[in-house]
Write a protein that binds this ligand. Sequence first.
Ligand SMILES: C[S@@+](CC[C@H](N)C(=O)[O-])C[C@H]1O[C@@H](n2cnc3c(N)ncnc32)[C@H](O)[C@@H]1O
Length: 222
Amino acid sequence: MRMRRKRHLDSRLERAQTRVIIRRDENPDSRVDTTGEYLDLVAVYGNGNPVSIEIGCGKGRWICAMAKAHPERNFLAVEQTSNVLISALEAAEEESLANVRFADCGAEYLLRHIAPNSLEAVYLNFSTPLPKQGYAKQRLTHERFLTLYARWLQGGGKLYLKTDNRDFFTFSVCSLSAFGCTIARLSVDLHKDDIPNITTEYEDKFAPLGPIYYVEAQFPEK
Ligand SMILES: C[S@@+](CC[C@H](N)C(=O)[O-])C[C@H]1O[C@@H](n2cnc3c(N)ncnc32)[C@H](O)[C@@H]1O
């Protein structure tokens, strides 16, 4: 089902533009092009605190809660659907969160903007599972994306993933292991285990229907 376009989307996006540090670029070449100018993250956030990225932030409740809980860290939220991103942008604005910025595009377009070894952690919260085999390459834990994360993460950097989809979880754990990551922590029922957790919108809606799977993976040292 197609989502109805939010009222006044363009003008609302325009008002929140100061928080958007990477803008939509549908040119397919930019997915493989590293000649773009990398962002100066110290200038963007006004400090040298570590930066973490969430890919597919949805309406942004999790990233805003994380940013509030960790003022000593910086966060970059990426969302490919502007119609959803606008809620996250407005939530960060409403709370005057100085340590959150946004990318208004798909993760595959970030290559030319994010410098190697510049991120502390990657968060994937309820990523679209894309169950059809033909879409495996689009999954955010496919080797294609793990290669990007390995490039961006500093040595010892981690990926944190939560999902309610068992098949996507299995695919992700296999993909991470095959890539050479160490599985540092894993849960097949996150809400029953003693693991610190800030829930997302999607999680609150779907947790009553079944377990939440969780994996924390350490990327290979460089
Ligand atoms: C199921 S929703 C989960 C949203 C939020 N993380 C939560 O847990 O409530 C998945 C989100 O990921 C976004 N998404 C999927 N693939 C993406 C990609 N390649 N780059 C950026 N965002 C993506 C979708 O637009 C959607 O908003």
